[in-house]
Design a protein around this ligand. Structure first.
Ligand code: GDP
Ligand code: MG
Length: 163
């Protein structure tokens, strides 16, 4: 069965790092396509025996007070529409920000399965942020470290439960 996951979240939470880890290579080459403005990257991801298409959403600047700019909303909506399920990523070290809450509204309205990923959780630094993230109403956070590859087993188990 083939399915598509969109990685959603405010800038700098580690979406692209997670994308690169799951795809296993850096796919920046799509940016070189002439005449194409690329707001998203797609790749074929592997996690254990699961294979799926994954969409990374680009780092766009936040509006005032963490509000979403129109372009960011549009990009997020497009990625969500293409996806069967969402990875909603937060920076567990930073704790919740207004931008996280704005993106979470999107994820909730999408009415698609969401996995809440509390990234940057290596070395137990993310405990507080993970606890805070329960308030988003997106279920139990899965603590991961995209950079260090931690929590991939838990992510696999959760994804298995969805698809
Ligand atoms: P994006 O804007 O959401 O795509 O975030 P990036 O993937 O570009 O990462 C933003 C910053 O967070 C970079 O400096 C990454 O090296 C860092 N980062 C990503 N994942 C982790 C992680 O698991 N742990 C830590 N400590 N830093 C991370
Ligand atoms: Mg990025």
């Amino acid at each position: 069965m083939s399915f598509t996951i969109a990685i959603i979240g405010r800038p700098n939470v580690g979406k692209s790092t997670l994308f690169n880890r799951l795809v296993g290579q850096k796919l920046a080459l799509v940016d070189d396509m002439p005449g194409v403005t690329r707001d998203r990257r797609e790749g074929e991801a592997k996690l254990g025996d699961l294979q799926f298409t994954i969409i990374d959403t680009a780092g766009l600047d936040e509006g005032p007070k963490g509000s979403l700019t129109a372009r960011m909303q549009e990009q997020t909506e497009t990625a969500i529409a293409l996806a069967d399920a969402l990875f909603f990523v937060i920076d567990a070290r930073a704790g919740l920000t207004p931008a996280d809450r704005a993106f979470a509204d999107f994820a909730r309205r999408a009415d698609k399965p969401v996995l809440l990923l509390a990234n940057k959780s290596e070395g137990k630094h993310g405990e507080l942020g993970a606890m805070e993230s329960y308030a988003l109403g997106l279920g139990d956070p899965i603590q991961i470290s995209a950079e260090h590859g931690e929590g991939m087993g838990e992510l696999y188990d959760a994804l298995r439960g969805l698809v």
